[in-house]
Design a protein around this ligand. Structure first.
Ligand code: CP
Ligand code: NVA
Length: 312
């Protein structure tokens, strides 16, 4: 928490662990209420006259649509910027950008490269800042994934989630979530692509186990999840990664050793035949479309919380 946050009570959501367990549980419950209103076609516009600015330095489909549609549904408006069409692409300092934008809007979502860039923006912002994906973390996605798990199977506490693939932004965020919400993460990555625990910043070692063999990681899991072999920003390593990740494709063999009612999740976009077989992602255990839709519902709860606080 920086000085501005201390003095003003301003909150940001830059990493999953920026909220404690009670806050995450509140947000998950709130997301369920907000989703139910949406499904009933009930108008709910507590953010009338509020503006969200979104800054995309990387491509997006789900994040853009879910934040934009969600903000409009809640009565607010959205301004969308990219590096290419703003002065960010012409080297205006992120600190100056933060000072200017945060005088004009009520809340900001950023998708960028280094987490430090997001942190620099947040420390100069007068308004809440949300991480819409960095190289290190993707907290809105994990909120949606956990919401989806709970919707399908009940509490995630005490359950086992198998992470098969790159030690990337998704894996890092799952690790933070496991510690906060008290479940177990089985992590299997190829050698050289392990998670960096100093980036994740865990309190202890009780909530994760590392497996060389992805099949071992999937044994008795309640949820098996993966992500692309090459994340945005790492495209130059594509060929090398294809070779290294060849055995880290979630297929029916992996799903068979998980619990019989195990779910499959993927944040999308997916590459069938690489990190997941078509049979699994398009099969009965896959909940990827609910997972994508739920981005919008959890983010509506997040926007409401950051702008209006708890709704009693
Ligand atoms: N899962 C996710 O963040 O998707 P987009 O890159 O399409 O936003
Ligand atoms: N790990 C992926 C997630 C995309 C939503 C990436 O960073 O590109």
């Amino acid at each position: 928490m920086n000085n501005l946050q201390k003095n003003t009570g301003l909150r940001h959501f830059l990493q999953f662990k920026d909220f404690d367990r009670a806050e995450h549980e509140y947000l998950l419950a709130r997301a369920a209420d907000i989703k139910a209103k949406f499904k009933r076609y009930e108008r709910y516009q507590p953010l009338a006259d509020r503006t969200l600015a979104m800054i995309f330095e990387k491509a997006s489909t789900r994040t853009r649509v879910s934040f934009e549609a969600g903000m409009y549904q809640m009565g607010g408006v959205v301004v969308n910027l990219t590096s290419g069409d703003s002065q960010l692409g012409r080297a205006e300092p992120i600190e100056d950008t933060a000072r200017v934008i945060s005088r004009m809007v009520d809340i900001v979502m950023i998708r960028t490269y280094e987490q430090t860039k997001l942190e620099r923006f947040a420390s100069y912002s007068r308004v809440p800042v949300i991480n819409g994906l960095t190289n290190e973390f993707h907290p809105c996605q994990i909120m949606a994934d956990i919401f989806t798990f709970i919707e399908q199977r009940g509490s995630i506490t005490g359950k086992t989630v198998a992470w098969v693939g790159d030690g990337n932004n998704m894996a890092n965020t799952w690790l933070q979530a496991a510690e906060i919400l008290d479940f177990k993460l089985h992590v299997s990555t190829p050698r050289g692509y392990e998670v960096n625990s100093s980036v994740v910043g865990l309190q202890g070692k009780d909530h994760f186990s590392v497996f060389q063999d992805p099949i071992e990681a999937c044994k008795d899991a309640d949820l098996v999840t993966t992500d692309v072999w090459t994340s945005m920003g790492y495209e130059a390593e594509n060929d090398q990664r294809r070779a290294a990740f060849a055995n880290w494709c979630v297929d029916t063999k992996m799903m068979r050793v998980a619990k019989p009612d195990a779910l499959f999740m993927h944040c999308l976009p997916a590459h069938r035949g690489e990190e997941v077989s078509a049979e699994v992602i398009d099969g009965p255990q896959s909940v990827v479309w609910d997972e994508a839709e739920n981005r919008m519902h959890v983010q509506k709860a997040l926007l409401e919380y950051l702008l209006l606080g708890k709704i009693s």
